[in-house]
Design a protein around this ligand. Structure first.
Ligand SMILES: C[C@](O)(CO)[C@H](O)COP(=O)(O)OP(=O)(O)OC[C@H]1O[C@@H](n2ccc(N)nc2=O)[C@H](O)[C@@H]1O
Ligand SMILES: Nc1ncnc2c1ncn2[C@@H]1O[C@H](COP(=O)(O)OP(=O)(O)OP(=O)(O)O)[C@@H](O)[C@H]1O
Length: 295
């Protein structure tokens, strides 16, 4: 196979709890992850000249080994001593440094693509084992769907698909690094933890309202005090009919879940015209045929 095209899909965290800090500095989490209909496009081509070349439509992203797609390809190509070269074309649409796992999903898609292109024969579980070396979200981005994630995010239990709903996404014009957010978390000061098991039970029961009511993210305790705009966007979404609104991952992106499409569209139009968010999207959760792996 000389060419593979892939979709690297974004995620939101429907619930995010941090259980404890580990000795290596990473945090043990309990999260419910959800793929949404928003993706980067990736084209892989096998070339005769050795090495990995990356091109992207965003001039400020690195094209060298710092790009997660480069890291992902290198990891597998070195292990399997692939002699050919690889050209990676990356079209980014997922907001960068947004808490939507854009880079992790790109890396996940490249691992799937390299495995397929060079016939490496790795199973999904074997790809996921390797993916965690690139980032805690990468194994989930390989699995996709509605998933309970534990450990540092790599211990994954698929859940039944989240009930269908519309997802309003708003990213304020600020940049927050994941490392900064986890580093600023004082677990002893966190008094309210989201009920992750309750949310998983609501999803299993197909109860969208209850799943939305139980949304919560302990990492907001770090970001909201520095960036009150995150709370303002949440409030806006709830006032405009969201069943629930929350920061995704380490933020700063906020998302709201809507049952009714017209209500979601009205909130989208108004948010787009306002000044709270720099990037606004209206999309939906991605669960065709359950926890699909279509790429
Ligand atoms: C916030 C989330 O996106 C929620 O899904 C993830 O927990 C973060 O996943 P990620 O961006 O793939 O994380 P990595 O690239 O592995 O780690 C970035 C930094 O976040 C911190 N980190 C990440 C994951 C985790 N369970 N505990 C941590 O403390 C570490 O300081 C690490 O240096
Ligand atoms: N392919 C890539 N796409 C986006 N960012 C990348 C990529 N490769 C490297 N990076 C770097 O990684 C940083 C974080 O990017 P990313 O968009 O994955 O963050 P994120 O959405 O907060 O991730 P997460 O939700 O997993 O914490 C960026 O600032 C960027 O410099």
């Amino acid at each position: 196979m000389r060419e593979v095209r892939l979709k690297a899909m974004a995620k939101i965290n429907l619930g995010l709890d941090v259980v404890r800090k580990r000795e290596d500095g990473y945090h043990e989490v309990r999260m419910i992850m959800q793929t949404i209909r928003m993706y980067d496009q990736i084209r892989l081509r096998a070339v005769s000249e050795a090495g990995i070349k990356v091109r992207t439509n965003l001039s400020y992203l690195p094209c060298n080994e710092d790009n997660l797609v480069h890291k992902a390809a290198k990891l597998l190509m070195e292990e399997f001593e692939v002699r050919e070269g690889l050209s990676i074309e990356l079209k980014k649409y997922i907001p960068v440094a947004a808490g939507m796992a854009g880079g992790s999903s790109d890396a996940a898609a490249v691992m799937v693509g390299v495995n397929r292109m060079f016939g490496l024969g790795l199973t999904k579980a074997q790809l996921m084992e390797r993916g965690v070396k690139i980032g805690a979200d990468v194994p989930y981005c390989i699995m996709r769907g509605t998933v309970l994630a534990e450990g540092i995010g790599e211990i994954l239990t698929p859940l039944p698909p989240m009930p269908k709903c519309h997802v309003l996404i708003a990213k304020p014009g600020i940049h927050v690094s994941t490392k900064f957010v986890y580093g600023g978390l004082h677990l002893d000061e966190v008094t309210v933890h989201p009920d992750i098991d309750g949310q998983a039970a609501a999803i299993k029961a197909g109860d969208l309202n209850e799943a939305a009511r139980l949304m919560g993210n302990v990492l907001e305790s770090v970001t909201v005090s520095t960036y009150p705009v995150i709370d303002e966007i949440k409030e806006f979404m709830v006032q405009h009919g969201a069943l629930g609104a929350m920061m995704s991952g380490s933020g700063p992106t906020v998302f709201g879940l809507f049952e009714d499409e017209r209500t979601a569209k009205r909130a989208y139009e108004k948010l787009r015209r306002g000044k709270l968010a720099k990037q606004v999207f209206l999309t939906s959760i991605f669960n065709i045929g359950g926890n699909t792996n279509e790429r």
